[in-house]
Write a protein that binds this ligand. Structure first.
Ligand code: PEP
Length: 248
């Protein structure tokens, strides 16, 4: 089965609405690859601006966070219906910065995956190991456990639509990229885990990204690997380099 490549930018907490409009304009003529799904995961305050700016292009808008209730007394949060109405179609869930800085655990992450599917948002579910786990050699067990918990109670039909991002924490924002072989090893293991939890058709359908200091220079080698269907890009999504990754 051939899976459609998906390249997503994670802008993190960068770009005011005016700066966001400038970045979309900078990328507009360069990000025109119809063979690839392209997503800009932007700060909530930028969603309306970016949704308007990408109209008529193949770029989809993503968000970086939401809460599992539709509305109510949850100060500071934003809901799935709010994101949907504003034009969001993808949502990053379980990013290591949300897990480590904001204390999100696999129980909440699993609830978020369920809520995203129930609301018609496509989750980009992140997983990955710390440097200590990489050095200890237990990273595969760790990631398998994350995936198993995060997907508990999710149907095979939903998992077929899921995007999983393998993001080794030691490679995020550090300039240190996993080698293409290291990334492939884990992405393959993730696909095997999906086959064990579900079936081979589901494992073949799920799209798996690599994320961690992916850039214009290393993207082609990573994306050439059999089980790597795309990238989740932080730093390099904020500059013209992002277009080179989309076209890699
Ligand atoms: C990320 O935070 O999802 C990420 C991959 O960041 P960077 O590309 O900057 O390592």
């Amino acid at each position: 089965m051939s899976r459609r490549r998906i390249i997503a930018g994670n802008w993190k907490m960068n770009k005011t609405p005016a700066e966001a409009a400038e970045l979309v304009a900078l990328l507009k003529d360069k990000v025109v690859n119809d063979a690839v799904d392209v997503v800009y995961c932007v700060p909530s305050i930028d969603i309306t601006t970016v949704a308007e700016a990408v109209k008529g292009t193949n770029v989809k808008v993503g968000a970086q966070n939401f809460y599992i209730e539709d509305k109510g007394a949850f100060t500071g949060e934003i809901s799935a219906p709010m994101l949907k109405e504003a034009g969001v179609s993808y949502i990053i869930i379980g990013h290591s910065e949300r897990r480590d800085i904001f204390g999100e655990n696999d129980i909440l992450i699993n609830q978020k995956v369920k809520k995203a599917f129930a609301s018609g948002l496509n989750p980009i579910l992140c997983c990955g190991e710390s440097l200590a786990l990489r050095k200890a050699g237990t990273y595969c067990e760790w990631i398998k456990r994350q995936i198993t918990w995060d997907l508990s109670g999710i149907s095979a039909d939903d998992v077929k639509k899921l995007v999983i991002a393998y993001e080794p924490i030691w490679a995020i924002g550090t300039g240190e990229t996993a080698t293409a072989d290291q990334a492939q090893e884990v992405c393959h293991m993730i696909r095997e885990t999906i086959a064990e939890l579900y079936d081979s058709a589901t494992a073949e359908a799920v799209r798996i990204q690599y994320g961690g200091s992916m850039n214009a220079a290393n993207a082609a080698e990573l994306l050439a690997k059999e089980d790597i269907d795309g990238g989740l890009i932080g730093g390099a999504s904020l500059k013209a380099d992002f277009a080179q990754i989309v076209n890699a």
